[in-house]
Design a protein around this ligand. Structure first.
Ligand code: UVW
Length: 339
């Protein structure tokens, strides 16, 4: 057993001592069938931004846009490469490329190895760095040996994003349209506000549902056309109040399987100031660390939200596997909604 004590409010061990899927365990075949039942018109929506947005690194100074490049071939580049260089009889022209991609730059999933916490799980009086279900920073989520090694050697041996990909991430999803009620101002949405919006729009969430929050933030990004204004981004659109205990308890009690938004971090970041020692990202701590709830961020939900509003609906079929990229702590994703 890796731990004696589990964090208060966590579900560590409930899905098995060695579980790496968390609440994805609730995305059962029954939830897939419930999702399929939502497909009535045969329309599909792409829920990803172009992956070179937001543009620059104004949103997060440690994350850079994708860089594409190619390799050399026979003294030329392997791009628009004419195969008649190999054999004069060949008529083919080929291009290959590679990409250097920050897995959390644009539309993304956070793996459960993305955010952990300091917690004394072995009861020795000293808090250790841990992730969901007590998997350990170091042996299980391996960091580089030193700063010079930062480009190599990072490897989530446990809780890597490939575990999520292997489930295929498909089932019924529910959209909550925060933008319709909150507009484009930066609004902190707490439990009371969220429940009032769900009641007004007759949105019902059942265990295993994937929950999507439409705030309009991705529309602001698109309007900035690759040249984001950091101040405007910081003051735009709704964010969840991760410091509201009632909201966190609702996430626990609702049984939602994953939580998704079109904004930067689902929750307000930085979170409201509070006294004492605490997580800077309280909703990340609650979801990724305590409950094993994957977070989707910077999704593009606009056209789907407009469609659902026009039809008086909130539910749809969602298929959204990340890349099956072993050991990664996040992944770009091209989610597909069907209605
Ligand atoms: C932040 O870094 C604020 O959020 P995330 O890593 O989930 O994008």
């Amino acid at each position: 057993m890796r731990w004696k004590n589990r964090p208060q409010g966590s579900n560590w061990g409930d899905f098995g001592v060695d579980d790496e899927l968390g609440r994805l365990n609730l995305l059962t075949p029954e939830k897939v069938l419930q999702g399929v039942a939502q497909v009535q018109e045969g329309r599909s929506f792409c829920l990803s931004l172009p992956l070179d947005l937001p543009g620059g690194n104004a949103l997060n100074r440690f994350r850079y846009p994708p860089r594409r490049f190619t390799s050399g071939r026979e003294g030329k580049l392997n791009y628009n490469f004419e195969l008649n260089r190999l054999n004069p009889a060949f008529t083919d022209v080929v291009s290959d490329d590679a990409v250097l991609l920050f897995t959390q730059y644009s539309t993304q999933w956070d793996a459960l190895s993305h955010v952990g916490g300091l917690f004394d799980a072995d009861g020795d009086g000293v808090a250790e760095p841990l992730y969901y279900n007590g998997w350990r920073a170091g042996p299980d989520v391996q960091g580089p040996a030193g700063c010079d090694d930062a480009l190599e050697g990072v490897n989530a041996r446990r809780l890597g994003i490939e575990k999520m990909a292997e489930t295929a991430v498909s089932g019924r999803a529910v959209l909550i349209n925060l933008a319709r009620h909150c507009g484009r101002e930066r609004v902190l949405v707490d439990h009371a506000r969220l429940m009032a919006i769900c009641a007004a729009d007759e949105v019902v969430i059942e265990p295993g549902d994937m929950v999507c929050l439409y705030t309009g933030f991705a529309d602001v990004i698109l309007e900035m056309d690759g040249k984001p204004d950091a101040q405007r981004l910081a003051s735009s659109c709704a964010v969840l109040d991760g410091r509201d205990p009632a909201l966190l308890q609702w996430i626990t009690d609702s049984g939602l399987s994953v939580l998704i938004a079109d904004n930067y971090a689902v929750e307000a970041y930085p979170a409201r100031e509070t006294e004492g020692c605490c997580a800077a990202l309280p909703l990340h701590e609650h979801c990724l660390f305590k409950l094993g709830i994957h977070l989707g961020e910077l999704w593009y939900l606009t056209e789907l939200a407009e469609y659902l509003q026009a039809k008086g609906r909130s539910r749809f079929l969602l298929t959204a596997p990340p890349l099956r990229l072993p050991g990664a702590v996040g992944s770009p994703v091209t989610p597909v909604a069907m209605v």
